[in-house]
Design a protein around this ligand. Structure first.
Ligand SMILES: [Fe+2]
Ligand SMILES: [Fe+2]
Length: 221
């Protein structure tokens, strides 16, 4: 069995097509950007978290691969896309001859990333949850007509700056957000993101870290 690298996954023509088509389908449904910018950022963040927390290079690379593939199932349907992404990733990685124990780790992480059904079943899954749920930023909003913004557009658009800060010494992971409260109140933010933030807290717990949320300099979690 060969060693499937992140580079191979990233440069895989078939995977690129699915990511692009999945994003096009979401665009038609009015969702925020889920294309290469999102999945690459998630891949890098998940890898970085695990490396800095002392996990092996390979575990970090599997998290990176899971990050890149986690949203491809949106090409089938938004509903249950964690499951469809996992099944698609299974077929692709299997054909790339990734060993079954690694495939299992990657697809379990992908299948457990969506809010409704997410669970930090492994360090890779925990890193994927943290990386995915913390990617809120203005550039993900595609709607250019402010008058027709829904609450998701508003909440994302209001985020002027977002950073996931890991302090490996104190084992704390902080999502630090700067929000324009003229666009979205902190209460609106909480309404949309409370579940995600609680999920991040459980994922951080799994990595034996404490999760903190800072909005405009105030600690909310
Ligand atoms: Fe997703
Ligand atoms: Fe995502």
């Amino acid at each position: 069995m060969s060693h499937v690298t992140f580079k191979q996954v990233q440069n895989h023509a078939e995977i690129k097509t699915y990511i692009q088509k999945a994003d096009e389908a979401l665009e038609k449904q009015g969702y925020t950007e889920h294309s290469f910018a999102h999945v690459t950022k998630v891949a890098e963040t998940a890898k970085d978290l695990l490396i800095r927390l002392g996990y092996s290079e390979r575990e970090a690379e599997l998290a990176q691969i899971a990050g890149f593939l986690h949203d491809i199932g949106n090409v089938i349907n938004r509903v249950d896309h964690a499951q469809s992404s996992a099944v698609m990733a299974f077929r692709i990685l299997d054909r790339m001859k990734m060993p079954p124990d690694e495939v299992a780790t990657v697809i379990a992480a992908i299948g457990n990333h969506d809010e409704e059904t997410a669970f930090a079943v492994s360090p890779i899954a925990a890193a994927l949850i943290l990386a995915d749920k913390s990617d809120v930023r203005r550039t993900r909003v595609r709607n250019r007509d402010f008058a027709t913004f829904d609450i998701h557009d508003r909440v994302n658009y209001a985020v002027e700056d977002s950073r996931l800060i890991l302090d490996a010494d104190t084992r704390s992971i902080t999502l630090d957000l700067k929000i324009d409260t003229k666009i979205c109140s902190v209460v609106d933010y909480f309404e949309i993101f409370l579940n995600r933030m609680l999920l991040c807290r459980r994922a951080a717990d799994f990595l034996e870290c404490q999760f903190r949320l800072n909005v405009n300099g105030t600690a909310l979690l």
